[in-house]
Ligand binder design. Structure first.
Ligand code: NDP
Length: 353
């Protein structure tokens, strides 16, 4: 019956690959109008897209070679894809029914999609207190990244009077990592981010001990003032000179959680990018661990992690910040803005009600 329907849909194509050494621009993407005739095959479902995610890893997918074996490059002229949440409108899959809320890491940037049900995970909306966009943030991949990053690589010990510094602190992962470190028993949590307004949100809304705007003044002096006993744990989202400064103030036996290096993503360098000789020497002489962290390496811990995150969010122990942009036509705008620091908390794009 559905095959007789024709939906007018919009999608976003990856349109221009301009190379590794450049900022993403709106011309990388093109919005198109097209039609979808959902002649569902066995196991397929028709979904309406509710929310889409834009994430830093997508910058790697814009290159010919993503430099990561778990990431495929976006193909030129094809629909871009990433994290998405939507509602099932028709199903030929045994376990998914009309009205179910579902998510996938490979959601096409399209207002409606036909997807094989096996690529979808069913969501209980109670897990996110009805805030379905949280599936892409606090109770999703960024939440797990913050939670497992802190738990697996942070060595946070309650009562040990530790100071943790987080770079990219006002973003999706950073804003959660600081709150989780606090819940796990870190004495002081200091955020580094790019505007005074973000610094204020970290301290007054999320309970960070202090925050430093890296675009203003002397970060080194500001950090020394906020961390008089030195830095024990560093949750690194950005890399580059900010991380060199933090590492130079770390205590012996400290731990770097190597989560991401966004300050280097618009450059043609390997991942993780090479460290300066001084920083390497700092790590070595102070016996600081700096192990690469990858959320996808802990699949067996995801379910339990999501339950914990859901509970913290529902009880208000974790506050969730989001920046919501409206409309599929603004996917490129939201992505470029996030890469330049336009977001506070998770950058979400709302596609439909
Ligand atoms: P965010 O929500 O933090 O958004 C990116 C932020 O990065 C911007 O808001 C901006 O904030 C900051 N930024 C951009 N350019 C620079 C720069 N040159 N120097 C310093 N800060 C910059 O994104 P996510 O929370 O999704 O991701 C954060 C990091 O975590 C990324 O590096 C990402 O690759 C990584 N990640 C790693 C995972 C893993 O498994 N290891 C999984 C998921 C994410 P500001 O205003 O402060 O500049």
């Amino acid at each position: 019956l559905l095959a007789k329907y024709k939906y007018y849909i919009r999608n976003v194509l990856f349109f221009l690959r301009q190379g590794k050494n450049s900022h993403p621009v709106l011309d990388n993407f093109r919005v198109e109008k097209t039609t979808l005739s959902p002649d569902l095959k066995e196991d397929e479902v028709l979904v309406k897209t509710l929310f889409l995610s834009v994430d830093p890893y997508m910058r790697c997918r814009m290159n010919d070679d993503t430099a990561a074996d778990y990431l495929l490059p976006w193909r030129l002229g094809e629909c871009a894809d990433g994290g998405g949440v939507g509602v099932v409108e028709a199903s030929r899959n045994e376990v998914l029914a009309t009205g179910d809320i579902v998510t996938s890491f490979n959601w096409h940037w399209q207002t409606r999609n036909v997807i094989n049900g096996y690529l979808l995970r069913k969501i209980d909306p109670r897990m996110v207190d009805g805030h379905l966009s949280y599936v892409l943030g606090a109770v999703g991949m960024p939440g797990l990244t913050a939670f497992l990053g802190v738990r697996e690589k942070g060595h946070v010990t309650p009562g040990a009077n530790q100071t943790m510094v987080i770079s990219g602190a006002a973003g999706a992962c950073g804003s959660l990592a600081g709150q989780i470190a606090r819940l796990d028993g870190c004495e002081k949590v200091i955020g580094i981010c790019g505007t005074d307004k973000k610094c204020q949100a970290l301290v007054s809304e999320l309970g960070f001990t202090a925050a430093v705007n890296y675009k203003k003044g002397d970060i080194s002096a500001a950090l020394r003032e906020s961390c008089p006993r030195g830095v024990d744990v560093y949750f690194d989202n950005v890399g580059g000179p900010i991380s060199d400064t933090v590492i130079s103030q770390m205590n012996s036996g400290g731990h770097v959680i190597l989560c991401g290096q966004i300050s280097q993503y618009n450059k043609d360098v390997p991942y993780p990018p090479p460290l300066s000789k001084e920083t390497q020497e700092d790590l070595c002489s102070k016996n600081i661990t700096r192990e690469r962290f990858m959320v996808l390496n802990y699949m067996d811990k995801h379910e339990e992690g999501l339950l914990q995150l859901s509970q913290w969010v529902k009880t208000g122990q974790i506050k969730v910040l989001e920046t919501v942009t409206n409309g599929i036509e603004n996917m490129g705008v939201a992505f470029c803005s996030m890469m330049m620091g336009g977001n506070t908390g998770k950058q979400i794009v709302k596609i439909s009600d």
